[in-house]
Design a protein around this ligand. Structure first.
Ligand SMILES: [Zn+2]
Length: 138
C-alpha cells in the first residue's frame, strides 16, 4: 500500500477528512471546496476512492434506503493516514526549522520577528531585547 502516492492536495484532503469521520462522496467534495475555495471534479475524487477501496484502506457502507455510499477508513486505512500525517508533519517541521533563526544569546529558536540589533556593523538576532542587552554587556 506504500505505492499509493498522495500527489495532490485533493487526495490529501480526502484521506484527512475520512480520518475524521465517514463521509458521502458529495460531502467530501463540499468539504474540500470549503478548504480549497474551488469545487473538485468527480474525476479527482472517485478514481482515488476506488484505488483506496482496492487496497482495503476504505470500506463502502451502502445506505440502501437513500441509495448513497458512505466511505469509511478501515483500520488499515487509519494506519496509512497516520503514517502519511507523520510524514507531512516531518516535512512541515523541517521547513519551519530551516527558516528559524536562533537567539545569539540564549540559543532559543526565534519563530517570527525576534529582536534585531546592529552590533559591530552586523545584524544580530535575539529572541528579546533582554537577551540583546545581556549579550552586549558581555
Ligand atoms: Zn534569547
Amino acid at each position: 500500500m506504500d505505492d499509493i502516492k498522495i500527489t495532490n492536495i485533493v487526495k490529501f484532503h480526502i484521506l484527512f477528512l475520512l480520518y475524521q469521520r465517514p463521509m458521502h462522496g458529495y460531502e467530501l467534495m463540499a468539504e474540500i471546496e470549503k478548504v480549497l475555495g474551488s469545487k473538485p471534479s468527480a474525476s479527482q475524487i472517485y478514481p482515488f476512492l476506488s484505488v483506496l477501496k482496492k487496497n482495503n484502506l476504505i470500506a463502502i457502507i451502502e445506505e440502501a434506503e437513500r441509495d448513497k455510499k458512505v466511505y469509511e477508513l478501515t483500520g488499515r486505512g487509519k494506519k496509512f493516514v497516520e503514517k502519511k500525517l507523520e510524514m507531512f508533519g516531518g516535512i512541515i517541521a523541517a521547513t519551519i526549522e530551516k527558516d528559524l533563526t536562533t537567539c545569539a544569546h540564549c540559543g532559543c529558536k526565534v519563530y517570527s520577528g525576534g529582536y534585531e540589533e546592529e552590533i559591530g556593523g552586523e545584524k544580530v538576532t535575539f529572541c528579546c531585547m533582554h537577551c540583546a542587552g545581556t549579550y552586549k554587556g558581555k
